[in-house]
Design a protein around this ligand. Structure first.
Ligand code: OGA
Ligand code: MN
Length: 279
């Protein structure tokens, strides 16, 4: 069985069919690994992996930062969570373009989502190609951002949602001393440059808060334009993976009174290329 790889109508992303991720041999894995680097986002419809199969597949990419968690708006009492819970705001935050774990000392290499329960409408995941965005910048903007870095903090992005400061320790919230990361990242495999931005980024040293926010907003607005973005409308059993070293992602809003349950696995970055500095 040779996988069929259908590129999306965008600078990133492909849909992969004629493949069984639960029973990958090394030759097929190598096709997946190459396609992951080439397209940045791979969507595998109808895989229906179980927990162990998803973990086994993602372990091929490297050490796992998050082995398995549910990105879900359903609480332990089987009811959808309400907006007085921090978990609700973690989900709503995912509607903003971001890079997984950019607010932790070691940002993520790859992420995986698979759909268990999906709402009637909305709840698509979208991705934006930050290498294509960097390539499309004019020389003046490239010159302006060369050598600049930004802090990345989930405390910052959480408060930007209009939420009061959070002092608990869910989802990496306890980490203080925000990591500092260059705005331009070089991909460790392709050596292509990309914009390393998103909702957790703020506070560019050498700029005022307002100048920094304006520049980051301008870059994000330019970067996440249609031909550099692609999305997926989920059916239960679908699985997607993406390369956090060159793409941003977000979830589209949906009716939060309907259940949406996604299974998430996250592969740790490589300390040689994904470790942040500090101020
Ligand atoms: C994530 C994430 C988006 C989604 O799991 O890191 O951002 O579509 N999820 O649920
Ligand atoms: Mn995410």
């Amino acid at each position: 069985m040779t996988p069929s790889i259908q590129p999306k109508d965008a600078t990133l992303g492909a849909v992969v069919t004629n493949i069984d991720l639960a029973h990958l041999n090394d030759a097929t894995w190598s096709i997946v690994e190459d396609a992951f680097i080439e397209y940045g986002v791979l969507i595998f419809p109808g895989q229906h992996l179980d927990d162990d199969e998803q973990v086994a597949f993602m372990s091929r990419f490297g050490d796992l930062e998050i082995v398995l968690t549910h990105i879900s708006n359903v609480g332990s009492d089987n009811r959808v969570i309400s907006d007085d819970e921090v978990r609700y705001w973690i989900l709503r935050g995912n509607e903003q373009w971001h890079i997984d774990s950019s607010f932790k000392p070691l940002s993520a290499k790859a992420s995986c989502l698979s759909a268990i329960t999906v709402p009637e409408a909305g709840g698509d995941t979208q991705w934006a190609d930050m290498s294509a965005a960097y390539d499309a910048l004019d020389d003046q903007t490239r010159g302006r951002i060369e050598g600049l870095s930004a802090l990345h903090s989930i405390h910052y992005s959480h408060e930007r949602l209009g939420q009061p400061p959070y002092t608990g320790d869910e989802y990496g919230f306890h980490v203080h001393g925000a990591p500092l990361r260059p705005l331009v990242k070089t991909h460790p495999v392709t050596r292509r440059k990309s914009l390393f931005i998103g909702r957790h980024a703020y506070g560019i040293p050498g700029m005022t808060e307002a100048e920094s926010a304006a520049l980051l907003a301008e870059l994000l607005d330019f970067a996440a334009r249609p031909l550099r973005t692609t999305g997926h409308h989920w059916q239960p059993g679908d699985l997607a993976i993406w390369d956090n070293r060159r793409v941003l992602h977000r979830v589209l809003p949906y009716d939060y009174t309907e259940a949406r349950v996604m299974r998430h696995t996250r592969v740790a970055g490589d300390p040689g290329s994904e470790l942040a500095g500090t101020l």
